[in-house]
Design a protein around this ligand. Structure first.
Ligand SMILES: Nc1ncnc2c1ncn2[C@@H]1O[C@H](COP(=O)(O)OP(=O)(O)OP(=O)(O)O)[C@@H](O)[C@H]1O
Ligand SMILES: [Mg+2]
Length: 302
C-alpha cells in the first residue's frame, strides 16, 4: 500500500488526480463515533451529550460551535487523551474498526501517530524550544518508522517540503523561536503526518494565525486530503474555516450537536437557530467565497 507520505513526497502534477481506491462515501469508516458522551470535571457531570459521525478515507468532517461546547473534548476522546478525571461515559468510538475502549496503552502508542494524529492550536507549546526542528521530527520518524539517522533526515526534509516550507534545509536546522507562527504550524503538520496517519484531527489549528496564513494552512490540509487520501476532522469556532474544507459539518452547542449534515445543506438551508446565527455572523465576510471550488496551488510559506 502506498503511504500518505509516499504520495506526498512524490508530487504528481496531473489535475484530476485519482482518489483513494474506494469511493470515499462507500469505504468503511476510519473513525466512527456513536452517541459519544463525556463526563468529568469538578462536578463529574456529563459535558458532551452524544456525538456521532463517520469519517471515511479522504473525507473531512467539521465540528463548529461556540467556546466550551465540547469540540476539543470530543477530539481528545477520539485520540484517547482526555484530561484527568474526564471519561467517555456512553456510546462508542472505533478507529479503523477497533473499539478504543478496549485498547491497551501499548496499542494506543502504536495507533497514535501511525493511524490517528492531531494538530492543535499554539504550536510553540508542542515543540521543544531547545531542540532543532529537524531533530524533533526525526525523533517521530525514527521511533514510529524505525528509520536510521540518514534515512530519517531525508524523510524529514521531504516532510518539510511536503508542508511547503520554502527552505527545508534551513528550517531543518532552526530552533522553534526562529520561525513564524505559520511556519511553526506547518512544522507541526509535518510532525503529525510523519508516521503516515490515515486520520488527522486539526483542532483550531489555524485559529492563532492571521487570515492569510490561516488560508494557506487550510489549503495545505485540503492538499493532504486530495493527494494522500487523508481523512480529516477539522475543528473551529469559525464557520468559514469549516465551510472551506468539510464534506460534513456538526454544529455543537453546550455539549450537544444541534445540527449535522452535508456542509452545503447545512449552510444553504440551516435548520437550527444557532446555525443561522453562526451564518449571519459571517454574512459580512461573504461565506460564498469559501464555498467556491478551489484550485489547489502550491502556496508560499508564511
Ligand atoms: N481540562 C479541563 N478541566 C476542566 N474542565 C474542562 C477541561 N477541558 C474542558 N473542560 C470543560 O469542558 C467543556 C468543553 O470544553 P472543550 O474544551 O471541549 O470546549 P471547546 O468547544 O473545544 O471550546 P473552545 O472553542 O474554547 O476550544 C467546557 O465547559 C470546559 O470548561
Ligand atoms: Mg477547543
Amino acid at each position: 500500500m502506498t503511504t500518505v507520505s509516499e504520495k506526498l513526497l512524490t508530487r504528481t502534477e496531473e489535475t484530476g488526480a485519482p482518489g483513494p481506491a474506494d469511493p470515499p462515501d462507500r469505504a468503511a469508516p476510519l473513525l466512527s463515533l456513536r452517541d459519544v458522551r463525556i463526563s468529568g470535571g469538578s462536578g463529574g457531570r456529563e459535558i458532551v451529550h452524544g456525538v456521532s459521525f463517520d469519517l471515511t478515507p479522504g473525507n473531512v468532517v467539521g465540528i463548529v460551535g461556540e467556546s466550551g461546547s465540547g469540540k476539543t473534548l470530543t477530539c481528545r476522546a477520539a485520540l484517547g487523551i482526555l484530561p484527568p478525571r474526564f471519561e467517555v461515559t456512553g456510546g462508542s468510538i472505533e478507529i479503523d474498526g477497533t473499539d478504543i475502549s478496549a485498547l491497551s496503552p501499548a496499542r494506543w502508542t502504536a495507533l497514535r501517530g501511525a493511524t490517528i494524529s492531531a494538530v492543535f492550536q499554539d504550536p510553540a507549546s508542542y515543540l521543544n524550544p531547545s531542540l532543532r526542528i529537524g531533530k524533533q521530527i526525526a525523533e517521530v520518524v525514527r521511533v514510529k518508522k524505525g528509520l536510521g539517522r540518514r534515512e530519517a533526515r531525508e524523510r524529514v526534509l521531504g516532510l518539510l517540503r511536503a508542508v511547503q516550507l520554502r527552505d527545508p534545509e534551513l528550517v531543518h536546522d532552526q530552533y522553534p523561536f526562529e520561525l513564524s507562527g505559520g511556519m511553526l504550524q506547518r512544522v507541526l503538520v509535518a510532525a503529525a503526518i510523519a508516521a503516515d496517519p490515515r486520520i488527522l484531527i486539526a483542532d483550531e489549528a489555524t485559529t492563532a494565525l492571521d487570515v492569510t496564513v490561516q488560508a494557506e494552512i487550510l489549503d495545505l490540509l485540503a492538499d493532504l486530503r486530495e493527494r494522500a487520501g487523508l481523512a480529516l476532522v477539522v475543528v473551529s469556532h469559525d464557520l468559514a474555516v469549516v465551510a472551506q474544507l468539510c464534506d460534513e459539518v456538526l454544529v455543537m452547542r453546550d455539549g450537544g450537536v444541534v445540527e449535522q449534515g452535508p456542509t452545503r445543506r447545512v449552510l444553504d438551508d440551516p435548520r437550527h437557530d444557532y446555525t443561522r446565527l453562526l451564518i449571519s455572523e459571517h454574512e459580512q465576510y461573504g461565506l460564498e467565497k469559501f464555498l467556491a471550488p478551489k484550485a489547489l496551488a502550491p502556496k508560499e510559506e508564511a
